[in-house]
Design a protein around this ligand. Structure first.
Ligand SMILES: NC(=O)c1ccc[n+]([C@@H]2O[C@H](COP(=O)([O-])OP(=O)(O)OC[C@H]3O[C@@H](n4cnc5c(N)ncnc54)[C@H](OP(=O)(O)O)[C@@H]3O)[C@@H](O)[C@H]2O)c1
Length: 330
């Protein structure tokens, strides 16, 4: 197949608010060794896209400067050395960037088959969240069945996925969210207790059940000290973002006296090999959970590609529950 040389994409014209997302004609990406080009059907929208748009999350040097960390679509070109995929295969994929476009390029090992029973729209919303949740909750955080797991931002894309995966692993799940309605969603997804962080005290609630064995946190700031207090002895705190700041003053004595672990990771700058390893684990462990209905994609809304600013306004309104998607193929 011969691809045209240019395509429609959404560029970040200058760092700023959602309206800096601007349609542009840009070159179609060329696959390098081990890479595939995907004709994008749907692109998932994630909080890191908003951070990149605002100038607070620069793409790695080798990545597309266009926003978009995940997509679904059809493989249309193979780079040298590609063995797993053929032209015409439908996939969903983790991207180093460039999902808000008609075509995107990624390493073949970062693409996965569409789970049975899922639409392309739902599948586009899986990679960034599933890779992040599995690598931080299981590979880094070591969650096991029977443990008490607390996730903040329970109705975020990450939160809705983390609740369901942790339940499917047999953990006892606790979540925080900003409204009663959001707390109800967390409970419906499998949280035995959902705490409204505007009215409740998650430290007291977690202490009352013996403390959390693992906490997945994206809030940071004042939550860091409170999270340490909410952990059971030997508990682990995994940071995946710092929505309320990364600089704090802490007394770390509890790390020693209660044998706590404080760790974290960010997905995008990791090596191709590290992401391929996560992809294998996600396909082996999470895809079966999705296919047997234990984990589903919680969809908030979708927008056509040229309405990417509206999708970001929605994301930043804080009113959304679950994932937002962009329709690329018309
Ligand atoms: N480390 C990684 O590799 C990685 C990868 C992907 C995403 N992330 C991070 O994970 C988080 C969730 O991503 P997402 O795409 O699922 O985001 P999202 O759907 O936009 O959710 C963010 C959630 O955080 C809460 N929130 C927003 N601003 C807040 C603030 N200032 N203080 C406290 N809570 C706030 C909101 O919950 P309430 O309204 O209920 O409070 C919201 O549900 C983001 O921070 C993102 O940057 C990290």
């Amino acid at each position: 197949m011969t691809l045209s040389h240019s395509m429609l994409a959404i560029e970040i014209s200058t760092p700023g608010g959602p309206d800096v997302l601007t349609p542009a004609s840009v070159p179609v990406p060329v696959p390098g060794h081990g890479q595939i080009v995907i004709r994008v059907a749907w692109a998932g929208v994630n909080r890191p896209d908003a951070l990149q748009r605002a100038g607070a999350y620069a793409p790695p040097p080798s990545a597309s400067p266009l926003p978009g960390l995940e997509c679904s679509g059809t493989v249309v070109e193979l780079g040298p050395g590609v063995t797993r995929w053929r032209i015409g295969d439908q996939v969903c994929a983790l991207l180093p960037g460039g999902g808000y476009a008609e075509y995107a390029v990624t390493h073949e090992a970062h693409a996965l088959p569409i789970p049975k029973g899922l639409s392309l729209k739902e599948a586009a919303c899986l990679p960034e969240t599933c890779f992040t949740v599995w690598s931080n909750v299981v590979m880094r955080g070591g969650l096991r069945g029977g443990e008490r797991f607390l996730v903040h931002g329970g109705t975020s894309g990450i939160g809705t996925t983390a609740i369901q995966i942790a339940r499917a692993l047999g953990a006892r799940v606790f979540a925080t969210a900003g409204t009663e309605e959001k707390c109800e969603v967390c409970r419906a997804l499998g949280a035995e207790l959902a705490i409204n962080h505007r009215t409740g005290d998650f430290v007291a609630e977690m202490k009352a059940v013996g403390g959390a064995n693992l906490i997945l946190d994206m809030v940071g700031g004042p939550y860091i000290e409170r999270n340490l207090k909410a952990l059971a002895d030997g508990g682990r705190l995994v940071q995946i973002a710092f929505l309320q700041g990364a600089r704090v003053t802490l007394n770390l004595a509890e790390l020693m006296t209660r044998r706590l672990t404080l760790t974290g990771s960010t997905l995008r700058p990791q090596s191709d090999l590290a992401k391929a390893r996560i992809a294998r684990e996600v396909e082996t462990h999470v895809w079966p959970m999705i296919e047997r209905g234990a984990v589903r994609v919680v969809m908030d809304s979708d927008y056509p590609l040229d309405q990417a600013p509206a999708a970001h306004w929605r994301l930043e309104s804080g009113g959304h529950v679950g994932k937002i998607a962009l329709r690329v193929e018309t």
